[in-house]
Design a protein around this ligand. Structure first.
Ligand code: BG6
Ligand code: MG
Length: 221
């Protein structure tokens, strides 16, 4: 256990700790439909972990549409208004399986915990789901300038936790986030299935499959 102090855990939010990925999908789908086209669930996988404006640009591309910067701002804010209406109704029931147990175990073992999310809505989600108190540092879409797969969000989290990237284990449900963690020289645990997540150090269907022991083994490899 001598390595425990050196380890830090960085959690993505949407799709790892809370079940919000489905709300993003619903709101983007509604926006695309209002513009007269649709996109597939497979295309939706590519939006995970990607920031709001970049997501909109990808969707417009799929629909073969071009919009001015001003129109894009309006569309992104329309999608966000629908999304915020959904997350404003969230309850603690929407915390994903295993999250509370793992966060509690990490906290009581003295391991530093950070959030590393692309979302600008993280604070409302953490409040609604009562998770905010677990975090020693929060880095989200309001504090970074680049989108995953750029490692900025995770590097900033490591810095705020006062540790080196190689001591960090990242939990991610998005391929863009996995690439960001690897680019940051961190270990990464994929949350989801092997079909959608490549190059992870470990994969689990949800956090209920993860224990401190597994994290330590990964770190010590
Ligand atoms: C990520 C989601 O966590 O946050 C993406 O996986 C989303 O789907 C991104 O686009 C930005 O979220 P928000 O809440 O700032 O629109
Ligand atoms: Mg995610």
């Amino acid at each position: 256990m001598q390595h425990t102090q050196q380890i830090a855990c960085i959690f993505d939010l949407d799709g790892v700790l809370v079940d919000t990925a489905v709300y993003h999908y619903k709101a983007w789908k509604q926006l695309a439909n209002s513009l007269g086209f649709d996109f597939t669930q497979l295309q939706n996988e590519q939006l995970k972990g990607v920031n709001r404006m970049r997501s909109l640009e990808m969707i417009l591309d799929w629909g073969g549409m071009q919009k001015s910067a001003e129109e894009k701002e309006e569309l992104a804010s329309l999608k966000n208004s629908w999304y915020v209406a959904m997350i404003n109704k969230m309850t603690t029931d929407e915390v994903l399986p295993g999250s509370l147990t793992l966060l509690t175990e990490l906290k009581s073992s003295g391991i530093k915990i950070a959030l590393g999310s692309a979302s600008k809505n993280s604070s409302i989600i953490l409040q609604r789901t009562n998770l905010a108190h677990f975090f020693d540092a929060i880095v989200d879409g309001n504090s970074v300038t680049t989108s995953k797969p750029d490692p900025e969000v995770f590097l900033k989290a490591a810095e705020m936790l006062n540790t080196e990237p190689e001591n960090c284990v990242v939990f991610e449900d998005a391929q863009a986030g996995v690439m960001a963690a690897l680019a940051g020289n961190m270990k990464v645990i994929g949350i989801g299935d092997e079909e959608h997540l490549k190059e992870t150090h470990l994969i689990a269907k949800d956090l209920s499959e993860i224990t401190l022991g597994k994290i330590l083994a990964l770190r010590n490899n």
